[in-house]
Design a protein around this ligand. Structure first.
Ligand code: NAD
Length: 514
């Protein structure tokens, strides 16, 4: 199908005014290893072009395997011989708080860089930087609260302690969709626990993670405690996941890469924490708060242009209201402001890359061929930059690819159900299990969905709220382990049991004449 011009597409297209000019120069970054900036050992570079404006947005030193090994060795040295793991929780927390302060001082700079590389709207980019700073603050508090356990019920001659020690050197690998938020779900918690780290953001959106290194240094993080590399997963990923000096890998990204990375880490039995994809259902009952549910469906699928692990990319609607509800969603979708990310009004920005645009369009075409109806959008917009129309696919049956595969674009699949049991069955008929939602005034329906749908998070009469206090992660192929909450820091620890005996030994065997 031919691309469609924004004016004929029947959508709310935004092209001005801009909050600032498109930067004329790219962000230029180096590798941050052992507290110092340096170029790649072979002089290699990797660049990033803005998906919204087509201009050069980032230009980075591209790490080689030798650079990666240097970063790992620096993190090892900082862990085994450095001061970071030995500091008190309060001292580590003070540095993490300082990082949060510095992030907020430079919020606009971070937001603009994130926007240029990802194509997301300015208002959302600003929010994300603020949420991320909040995670650094929460982790700072966790650093002080981390503790183990004690047992004094093992007999009067035995006292035992269970202590939580930092697991060691952690590889942190992040995706392109929420670059600064996701590194902030991992790195401050690893640091709070006393670990040291080697961090690799996606090569498509490395800027804010590289900029973070400046702040880590300014805040007083010791050299080697966090090392930042830019490079391709296919080039340095396996070194980060298989090197003998790495103790743990924490990864957010696709389930396919998560599986490959897990296999690589298994050779040395490293701990692996995975935050992967999702195909998250919102289940709509006839007694829902209609307006709230329509709004949440539109937010759920178009937030971050649908490039979101938590995207509410499928809705299961009770058959008695399906037609009317879908019509309401279509009408609301036409009003969502799509367009220039530098405009305050924009809610849906550009798609991350041409390759990913083709993937999204391929899913839509596959759905057409399988018998689904495109009731809204379905095309790329004929304009500068990579923009996809808000898209709705109806008459989707559970066996279609678009009912259970992650599209990662602004594309909603509409399915129907007859009763509660069928809704639960369809919701669970998927390899993913990241999140789910239910809209109903009936608490029985809500709790049944809450308890029986296999997902790491279930939202009842709300969608996609998140708090640093609450753990986040997935069932099934959506991942393993949890981030945030007290689990967020505990994931980066090993438990050690220490047993202390008091008084004379009354043990296994003693000579008779004693
Ligand atoms: P991706 O898996 O392609 O890449 C993620 C990261 O892994 C990048 O830094 C990449 O360079 C690196 N990588 C690639 N191959 C590697 C290898 N062999 N070894 C080590 N590292 C390697 O994912 P993406 O396209 O950047 O992100 C989109 C995916 O991320 C979606 O599936 C989305 O659902 C998922 N995601 C999940 C969550 C969550 O919290 N569950 C959050 C955001 C994104």
């Amino acid at each position: 199908m031919a691309n469609q011009s924004p004016s004929s597409a029947g959508l709310h297209w935004v092209e001005g005014p801009r909050v600032t000019k498109v930067p004329s120069e790219p962000f230029v970054g180096q590798l941050f290893i052992d507290g110092e900036w340096r170029d790649a050992s072979d002089g290699g570079r990797v660049t990033r072009t803005s998906p919204a404006y087509g201009v050069l947005a980032g230009d980075y030193a591209r790490a080689t395997i030798a650079d990666t090994e240097d970063a790992i060795n620096a993190a090892r040295k900082a862990f085994d011989h450095g001061e970071w793991p030995k500091m008190t929780g309060a001292q580590r927390g003070a540095i993490l708080h300082k990082v949060a302060d510095l992030v907020m001082e430079r919020q606009e700079e971070f937001a603009l860089l994130e926007l240029m590389e990802s194509g997301k709207p300015i208002s959302q980019a600003r929010d994300e930087i603020e949420w991320a700073a909040e995670l650094w603050r929460y982790a700072a508090v966790c650093a002080r609260g981390l503790h183990g356990d004690s047992h004094n019920t093992l007999g009067e001659d035995m006292l035992a302690m269970v202590v939580r020690e930092p697991i060691g050197v952690v590889s942190v690998i992040t995706p392109w969709n929420f670059p600064f938020l996701i590194v902030s779900q991992k790195l401050p918690f690893a640091l709070a626990a006393g670990c040291t780290a080697v961090v690799k953001p996606s090569e498509l959106t490395s800027g804010t993670t590289v900029l973070l290194a400046e702040l880590l240094k300014e805040a007083g993080l010791p050299a080697g405690a966090a090392n930042i590399l830019v490079g391709k997963g296919s080039e340095i990923g396996s070194t980060m996941t298989s090197h003998k000096e790495i103790d743990m890998v924490t990864f957010t990204g696709s389930s396919a890469v998560g599986k490959a990375l897990s296999a690589s880490a298994a050779q040395t039995l490293k701990k692996v924490a995975l935050e992967l994809g999702g195909k998250n259902p919102q289940i709509i009952f006839p007694d829902c708060d209609w307006d709230a549910a329509v709004d949440a469906v539109v937010f759920g699928v178009y937030f971050n242009a649908g490039e979101c692990c938590n995207s509410g990319s499928r809705i299961l609607v009770h058959e008695s209201i399906a037609e009317k509800f879908e019509q309401a969603v279509i009408e609301r979708s036409r009003q969502v402001p799509v367009g220039d990310p530098l405009c305050e009004e924009t809610k849906v920005g550009a798609i991350i890359s041409e390759t990913h645009m083709q993937t999204i369009k391929g899913f839509v075409q596959g759905a057409r061929e399988a018998g689904a109806k495109v009731t809204l959008g379905g095309e790329q917009l004929e304009t500068a930059g990579l923009y996809m129309q808000p898209t709705i696919l109806s008459a989707v049956s559970p066996d279609m690819e678009v009912a259970h595969e992650e599209i990662f674009g602004p594309v909603l699949s509409v399915l129907t159900f007859k009763d509660l049991d069928q809704a639960i069955e369809i919701a669970n008929d998927c390899l993913y299990g990241l999140s789910a939602g239910v809209w109903s005034a009936n608490i029985e329906n809500c709790l049944a969905i809450g308890r029986k749908v296999k997902a790491g998070t279930v939202w009842i009469n709300t969608w996609m709220n998140g708090y640093p206090e609450l753990p986040f992660g997935g069932y099934k192929e959506s991942g393993q382990g949890r981030e945030l909450g007290r689990f967020g820091i505990e994931e980066f620890t090993e438990l050690k049991t220490i047993q202390m005996h008091m008084g004379p030994r009354t043990g296994w065997w003693l000579p008779k004449n004693k």
